[in-house]
Design a binder for this molecule. Structure first.
Ligand SMILES: [Zn+2]
Ligand SMILES: [Zn+2]
Length: 263
């Protein structure tokens, strides 16, 4: 693989020959450049200081996270399905143990993304498993390196297989999307990234333009997004970090959370 450099704040990979003065993703008003300025690291350093932790959530759902935490602490979720496994979002690191594990489960048939804060080293994952990367076309401008596996999808939703759907929500990014998996729970599970943000209390969902910068969305957007989620059946939720799992009263928590905006 070609030499690359990584933004330490968000985990986005750039070709070593053409990386910008500051990370394009972090320069956006939804992210931030840390005090003291842009920080970069190299893949070799990352591998020396960190490892990938694998956790089983259910029989057909696993999570990968970087230990100790790197970048925004994101996790990647692996959905096992008989007709092909799907990885939802990426962590900015890939090692031999992880590759072996995924191969032992049948490899990857697709990688899907919630939004640009998780693209990181997506081209490395896609090349390793020779599978397409699905990104909504609304977020095409945020792809820093468009490798040969990247496919931009259009419209409100796309069905993969076994009823799994990529669903466009918008809000945080114009292309913010979720993966709906019907076979993980009775009414279906939302694999969500931070398209919905579950609070630490697990009693509130928020939808925001920027989480780190505490920037809200206009009420008209909140109303549109609420309607969008109202049309999707789900009784389990898995967000962008490992503490964001909710499998009880999910729709109730969602309804109560959204109603706060319209009192
Ligand atoms: Zn960055
Ligand atoms: Zn984000």
């Amino acid at each position: 693989m070609k030499q690359q450099i990584i933004c330490s704040t968000c985990g986005t990979y750039y070709p070593f020959t053409s990386f910008p003065d500051s990370c394009t993703i972090c320069s956006d008003e939804r992210q931030y450049i840390p005090d003291g300025g842009q920080l970069w690291t190299m893949p070799e350093d990352l591998h020396q200081k960190h490892s990938i932790k694998l956790n089983k959530i259910t029989e057909h759902l696993y999570e990968f996270e970087i230990n100790p935490t790197f970048a925004i602490g994101q996790r990647a979720l692996l959905v096992l399905s008989e007709r092909g496994n799907v990885l939802w979002d990426c962590i900015p690191m890939l090692d031999e143990l992880t590759i072996e594990f995924i191969k032992s489960k049948g490899g990857l048939s697709a990688i899907g993304f919630s939004h640009p804060h998780f693209y990181s080293n997506m081209n490395d994952w896609a090349e390793t498993f020779n599978c397409p990367i699905y990104i909504h076309e609304n977020d095409a401008e945020h792809v820093m390196v468009k490798g040969k596996h990247v496919q931009f999808w259009k419209g409100d939703e796309v069905t993969l297989w076994e009823g799994m759907r990529l669903i466009l929500i918008g809000g945080h990014f114009a292309g913010s999307s979720v993966l709906h998996v019907p076979f993980l729970s009775n009414q279906g599970s939302l694999i969500c990234g931070d398209t919905l943000f579950l609070s630490p209390s697990k009693k509130h969902f928020s939808v925001v333009w920027s989480s780190p910068n505490r920037m809200p969305l206009p009420l008209s957007e909140m109303s549109r997004i609420k309607e969008r989620f109202d049309s999707i059946p789900f009784d389990a939720f898995y967000g962008y970090i490992k503490t964001q799992n909710l499998t009880k009263d999910v729709k109730k928590v969602f309804e109560e959370s959204m109603n706060r905006y319209f009192l």
